[in-house]
Design a protein around this ligand. Structure first.
Ligand SMILES: *[C@@H]1O[C@H](CO)[C@@H](O)[C@H](O)[C@H]1NC(C)=O
Ligand SMILES: *[C@@H]1O[C@H](CO)[C@@H](O)[C@H](O)[C@H]1NC(C)=O
Ligand SMILES: *[C@@H]1O[C@H](CO)[C@@H](O)[C@H](O)[C@H]1NC(C)=O
Length: 274
């Protein structure tokens, strides 16, 4: 059991490179001179590439491109390469049309609340992940579709960000909250849920700097132990917050940046879940 959690956390570790360090929203919109120069080169490289075939206009916007540059530490060639790979990945996986697909079945079996936002206007993904194992037959039978559903959720929140930006709001990121209450490997034997959790976390690799923070609440004790072992709580490396099942602790934390009416009931809020 501990090994499995270790694997889960190693992938968290992997993801952390893309989690934002200590920037506030405004910072993300302000470019340093170095960033401005690198951005110019990056844009030129993309324009010169006749084979890119970018279909979505937002993918050429500075606010989108700067995330790729920052993830590559302003190495233009690296950013360009990662960006190109991402376009390829999006094409292979038909990501540009995922929002038109029907996920009614997954929505029913993988409870996720996506109607809230934090006090800065960042859309929230609040996953009632501990409940994903309850109908484990469904989860295992539909695992690939479940993973795709999680991409759908991310794309949906990303789209909200773009809509906010068109309205002049300074929103560039989302918040991710994963509630593991009720999750019990021994009792539920939900081995199939583990790859799903890992896939969910890995999926953010395709979206640099999209997640502002990932907050895990009601994590089982073994989760905590591994987190300590890997120094996951080191703020300089990660913006990953892990809480056990002391509700007053995590609830208080969530309320520092999210209003109760933006939080679903399973996270101690008052928002009505659809
Ligand atoms: C967004 O950020 C820019 C740059 O920091 C600022 O000038 C502008 O007033 C902000 N807009 C809103 C709606 O907060
Ligand atoms: C882009 O379109 C051109 C012309 O249709 C095609 O030859 C090329 O393979 C496409 N590139 C990618 C990466 O799909
Ligand atoms: C939960 O956390 C609060 C605040 O840290 C603390 O006062 C309380 O004793 C804790 N409750 C339990 C059951 O540990």
């Amino acid at each position: 059991m501990q090994l499995i959690f270790l694997v889960a956390f190693l992938s968290l570790n992997f993801m952390s490179t893309y989690c934002q360090q200590d920037k506030i929203v405004e910072d993300e919109l302000l470019l340093t001179l170095d960033e401005k120069n690198a951005l110019g080169k990056f844009q030129q490289a993309l324009k010169d590439d006749k084979f890119l075939n970018i279909t979505e206009p937002y993918m050429m916007q500075e606010i989108y491109l700067i995330k790729w540059l920052r993830a590559a530490h302003l190495d233009t060639a690296k950013a360009y390469n990662n960006y190109r790979m991402n376009i390829k990945w999006r094409k292979e996986n038909k990501m540009d049309t995922i929002l038109t697909e029907d996920f009614a079945v997954q929505m029913e079996h993988l409870p996720i609340f996506i109607d809230g936002e934090d006090k800065m206007g960042r859309p929230i993904i609040a996953a009632d992940a501990g409940q994903w194992d309850v109908r484990r037959g469904v989860v295992s039978g539909l695992r690939d579709m479940a993973t795709r559903f999680l991409y759908y959720v991310i794309e949906k929140q990303y789209k909200k960000i773009r809509e906010k930006q068109y309205k002049g709001e300074n929103v560039t990121q989302i918040q991710v909250i994963v509630d593991l209450s009720g999750y019990n490997l021994v009792q539920h034997g939900c081995l199939n849920c583990i790859p799903l959790y890992i896939n969910f976390i890995r999926s953010f690799d395709h979206y640099p700097y999209l997640a502002h923070s990932i907050i895990v609440v009601n994590a089982p004790p073994v989760f905590e132990a591994v987190a300590d072992l890997l120094n996951l709580r080191q703020p300089r490396r990660f913006r990953v917050h892990i809480f056990g099942n002391n509700k007053s602790e995590w609830h208080k934390f969530l309320l520092t940046f999210i209003s109760p009416n933006q939080l679903p009931v399973f996270l101690g809020g008052t928002a009505v879940e659809n």
